[in-house]
Design a binder for this molecule. Structure first.
Ligand SMILES: [Mn+2]
Length: 301
């Protein structure tokens, strides 16, 4: 039994595209809290962090769109996540676009008494751009780089931790669409990327064994899970902001989550980029709930 606290972050400014702001509602409507309780967990929903909407603001810097707004929202997310961890609970953060990870990871860092965490980043993309190299200016494509310490110029410390994630403990799983400069950035920072090609050749079980080892330093330290629903093939997860075909299958996604549960050292988790406007009968939010349940102990037998 785990004490779980659900935090919604209906932010879409990092994607510069409407729809993912409704992600937290869609995931809740799919029965998240009741189904977690049925698994035997103690669940509390702390509600949504309040975030600005695009109608009330405008883009000032095209290479880091809505940066002041995203920074401010991230501070609130960080505070909320840190508070949940200080109560000994596991934060379950619902996005929103993937820029919310900047706040989540800063909060996890604080919750770990200012120690960097490791992270399993399940995503079709690397999210390892910076404002210097981004083709789109959308911060949801930069969140991992910023959390790994490449964002000090744009997210100055304090109040930001210089790094909230240890780059040697980052494992990206399921990548299949990287920007050219982003790829160079990943290589230069020695980030472990397990692409779809690796999953094809090695299988999901071997890839996850290796990825978990990277994130947890051989099961020696807790880690964070950042799950972008676009890692799953669009045939199973149509309701995402930036679908890319050739993703992981329904069973592979569950296997990954079941293996995460078996480690018993997942410390925090976020599910992001569910876009109900593009979804079919809430299938993607439903999948998000199922995957959360697998990561928290649901088994077939
Ligand atoms: Mn992402």
């Amino acid at each position: 039994m785990t004490n779980i606290e659900i935090i919604g972050v209906p932010l879409d400014l990092g994607a510069d595209h409407r729809g993912v702001d409704m992600g937290p509602s869609a995931i809740r409507i799919a029965g998240l809290s009741e189904r977690l309780k049925k698994l035997g967990h103690d669940v509390k929903d702390v509600g949504n962090v309040s975030v600005p909407i695009p109608e009330e603001t405008r883009v000032k810097n095209p290479s880091a769109k809505y940066l002041p707004e995203v920074s401010e929202a991230s501070l609130d997310v960080a505070k909320t996540v840190a508070k949940v961890m200080s109560r000994g609970s596991l934060p379950l953060v619902l996005g929103g676009d993937h820029s919310i990870a900047i706040g989540t990871l800063a909060g996890v860092y604080q919750g770990r008494s200012n120690r960097e965490t490791g992270v399993l980043w399940l995503d079709a993309h690397g999210d390892f751009n910076t404002p210097d190299i981004t083709p789109s200016g959308n911060i949801h494509g930069m969140s991992l780089a910023i959390s790994a310490g490449l964002g000090i110029k744009w997210f100055p410390s304090p109040p930001w931790p210089a790094r909230s994630v240890d780059p040697s403990r980052i494992a990206i799983v399921g990548a299949r669409e990287l920007d050219p400069q982003e790829r160079i950035n990943l290589v230069q920072n020695k980030i472990r990327v397990f692409s779809m090609a690796d999953i094809d050749r090695l299988g999901m079980q071997e890839v996850m064994t290796r990825a978990i080892n990277v994130a947890s330093r051989g099961l020696k330290d807790n880690f964070h899970v950042s799950f972008d629903l676009d890692v799953v093939d669009p045939s199973y997860a149509p309701g995402v902001g930036t679908p890319v075909r050739g993703g992981v299958t329904y069973r592979e996604a569950h296997l990954a989550m079941e293996m995460i549960f078996e480690t018993k050292i997942m410390e925090s988790i976020e599910m992001v980029e569910v876009n109900p406007i593009l979804d079919e009968q809430n299938a993607t939010a439903e999948l998000a709930v199922e995957l959360i349940l697998s990561s928290l102990g649901k088994r077939i037998m």
